[in-house]
Design a protein around this ligand. Structure first.
Ligand code: AMP
Length: 399
């Protein structure tokens, strides 16, 4: 049973083709700079080494065509009819989409309407969906939403203390993101602990270019650090995370910046990059090791803010069975994990330094012995989770 997962950005398409019988990746790739004369297609067939092609791809339709021809050329997929379904990553499902849904024209229209809440992402997702419907019209297609897992947040967690009419009229509330990743690693944690997810309280930390932390009670998301947009919460590669909202009015006055300029600066020039000039965590570490004090400050701030949220979510949950680190930073950065968990023995959290620095695995338990809280490092796999949810949705007739 073959399933294609598509993640369409404004000028890119990321894809993975799975054989669902054994969950193996038949092919995976990314097409970037669509719309230019130097579009780049990088892909891997199974475990072969990566292939790169430079092409001129005018639009997503040509991108999908290239993707499909590549799969045909490498004898991975001869005919679209071999696909059981296609799963699309969609960033914002608002309050409407609480679970995956089979795509039809009404669904596409609704995702498009939600573009006001995610202007950078939903229009690109819709574009990818429309082109995929044109290219592979006979294959069932499913939308899987980044926000869906957090639709279980209680009202007291998702409301902002703002005029009620802002929620009623403009849908302003906290939504949360990275839901597919938080849910995937939560399931894997339950497998590792050999207990049903529905009986577990977890704190999951997705630390990549974007960062978020989620409190999971009895298997359900009850709070998460990203809010109405992915800017709220933890410090990130280029996003500021939590700030005093009044500071943007101050900068507007004192520096004469427009709100669009401030938004851009908070999104693209803040976080690690704002503090030390680098947004890639490996580069930040290299700078800090060379004695750069701003880089060390960026690392300390990054870890401190995670620790504050850990404490807050501990209080939210009361009892925590496991903390799960995932994402490029969470999975690889043993220094950061140690910082975040330092001096938390009173909460039942302590890690074993040797386990913490041991080689990567799908799931690594780095807790010190006899601690109440397991500390796990789990490799996320959002593409596989989208494929699994898409197949499930099609088998269950779209619900
Ligand atoms: P992601 O968005 O999940 O791909 O994660 C990207 C982030 O992971 C970037 O900040 C990378 O620098 C970071 N990252 C990848 N490998 C490592 C590593 N070995 N140590 C620290 N950070 C890493």
């Amino acid at each position: 049973m073959k399933t294609l997962v598509l993640n369409s950005g404004s000028s890119s398409i990321k894809y993975s083709l799975f054989e669902m019988d054994d969950q193996s990746v038949l092919a995976a790739g990314v097409i970037e700079s669509i719309g230019g004369s130097h579009s780049l297609h990088r892909y891997k067939i199974g475990s072969d080494s990566a292939i790169s092609q430079t092409l001129a791809l005018a639009d997503h339709a040509q991108g999908l065509h290239t993707l499909f021809s590549g799969l045909q050329h490498n004898a991975i997929l001869q005919d679209a009819a071999e696909l059981f379904c296609i799963g699309h990553r969609v960033v914002h499902g608002g309050e409407l989409f609480r679970q995956p849904v089979i795509i039809d024209s009404r669904v596409t229209e609704k995702i498009s309407e939600l573009s006001a809440l995610a202007p950078l992402h939903n229009p690109a997702n819709v574009q990818g969906i429309q082109q995929a419907l044109n290219e592979f019209g006979s294959v069932p297609q499913v939308a899987v939403f980044d926000t869906a897992f957090h639709q279980t947040l209680p009202q007291h967690a998702y409301h902002y203390a703002l005029p009620r009419s802002w929620y009623d009229d403009f849908a302003i509330r906290r939504y949360g993101f990275h839901g597919t990743s938080h849910y995937y690693v939560a399931k894997k944690a339950a497998e590792h602990l050999a207990r049903p997810l529905a009986e577990l309280n977890l704190i999951t930390l997705h630390l990549g270019n974007g960062c978020s932390i989620t409190a999971i009670e009895n298997g359900k998301s009850v709070d998460t650090s990203m809010g109405m947009t992915p800017m709220e919460g933890l410090m990130m590669g280029t996003r500021c995370g939590d700030i005093d909202p009044a500071l943007s009015f101050y900068v507007e006055r004192i520096a004469g910046l427009s709100s669009a300029e401030i938004e851009q600066l908070l999104n693209r020039s803040s976080g690690l990059k704002g503090v030390c000039g680098e947004n890639d965590m490996r580069a930040v570490h290299r700078l800090a090791e060379s004695g750069d004090q701003q880089a060390q400050l960026a690392l300390d701030m990054f870890a401190y803010r995670i620790k504050k949220y850990l404490g807050a979510y501990f209080a939210v949950l009361g009892k925590v069975d496991a903390i799960v680190f995932t994402g490029g930073i969470g999975e690889n950065d043993s220094w950061l994990r140690a910082q975040c968990c330092a001096n938390l023995a009173a909460l039942g959290i302590a890690i074993d330094e040797e386990k913490n620095t041991s080689a990567r695995a799908e799931c690594l338990d780095i807790s010190a012995r006899q601690q109440a809280v397991a500390v796990l490092v789990i490799r996320t796999n959002e593409e596989l989770e989208i494929a699994l949810q898409s197949v499930d949705c099609v088998l269950n007739g779209g619900s």
